[in-house]
Design a protein around this ligand. Structure first.
Ligand code: CP
Ligand code: NVA
Length: 306
């Protein structure tokens, strides 16, 4: 059992390489075996943005472990009327055993975690989406039997998913290439952090050339061109990102055994074509299922399920 008892997961690099790999092993085990929490624990979901997969997979994971969930939409709490995050965190901490938080600023997540003693999990911020990457790596491991040495190419916006993917790939010894239009680079500090973790043993490549990036890759990955909170920019972004679409043509440059991943929700005809997402190389439904198994492993290891 991975020993993450009582720990926060605010960004993917909060985990060491060994801890990440142990979590993936536990997730694999949990796909076929039930674990139960020693005592009843309650997870609070504090989501300031929409969610289908993260909300439901965290809820089902907690139920399957024998725990309970309270879905705290900020609109129904005093947060919507301006109660400070610091006060909310200290109060909710007295009722709840663990939190999964989806918000805009990474700083808000960190403030909450500073004021709450219970573990806090990043369920997506503008900067990172670590839980998504746990499921992505689990999916890649299932498809190829290994992670180290493979190359993942992410094409599109240098957003939260791209940031956490760079960290995740570096942590498990995968090469990562990010192809993005000028002005839409991933976070510079995270690029540096990923390169430090990779320690020149694997590549962390940034490029504006999607075709060069796709060449020979084992995994092609994309995400929406305008993330939650950027809806007003969507029309302007469309022509800028058009060359970064995952199409059959781009996929033909990857390794013939390559798989295609997308964290979902997807916009067919924008970042990915209908043919590719519905094609035989697409593993997006397995990837979405793995959110459940990966987060169950994370909860079990933070809460000490046996
Ligand atoms: N991939 C993902 O996080 O999906 P949701 O926004 O539906 O949770
Ligand atoms: N980058 C996307 C991911 C959604 C799961 C967003 O933040 O909206």
């Amino acid at each position: 059992m991975a020993a993450l008892i009582g720990r926060d997961l605010l960004g993917l690099a909060d985990l060491s390489s060994t801890e990440l790999q142990e979590l993936l092993e536990l997730a694999t085990l949990l796909k076929s075996q039930q674990l139960k929490l020693q005592c009843n624990k309650v997870l609070g979901l504090l989501f300031s943005k929409a969610s289908t997969r993260t909300r439901v997979s965290f809820t089902v994971a907690m139920y399957q472990l024998g725990g309970q969930v309270i879905d705290l939409n900020p609109n129904v709490t005093q947060v919507s009327r301006g109660e400070p995050l610091q006060d909310t965190a200290r109060v909710l901490d007295r009722y709840l055993d663990i939190f999964a938080i989806r918000t805009f600023a990474q700083q808000d997540l960190e403030t909450f975690a500073n004021y709450a003693e219970s573990p806090v999990i990043n369920a997506l911020t503008d900067l990172e989406h670590p839980c998504q990457i746990l499921a992505d790596l689990l999916t890649i491991q299932e498809c190829f039997g290994t992670l180290a040495g493979l190359t993942l190419t992410y094409v599109g916006d240098g957003n939260n998913v791209a940031n956490s993917l760079m960290l995740g790939c570096a942590l498990v010894g995968m090469n990562v290439r990010v192809a993005f239009p000028s002005g839409y680079a991933p976070d510079a500090e995270i690029v540096e952090k990923a390169r430090t973790i990779a320690n020149n043993k694997t590549e962390v490549v940034l490029t504006h050339d999607p075709e060069a990036a796709a060449k020979g890759a084992s995994v092609l990955y994309t995400d929406v061109w305008a993330s939650m909170g950027q809806e007003a920019e969507a029309d302007n972004r469309f022509p800028i990102f058009q060359p970064y679409q995952i199409s059959d043509q781009l996929l033909s440059l990857a390794d013939p055994a390559a798989i295609v991943l997308h964290c979902l929700p997807a916009h067919r005809g924008e970042e990915i074509t209908e043919e590719v997402i519905e094609g035989s190389q697409s593993k997006v439904w397995d990837q979405a299922e793995n959110r459940l198994h990966a987060q169950k492993a994370l909860l079990a290891s933070i809460l000490g399920a046996k």
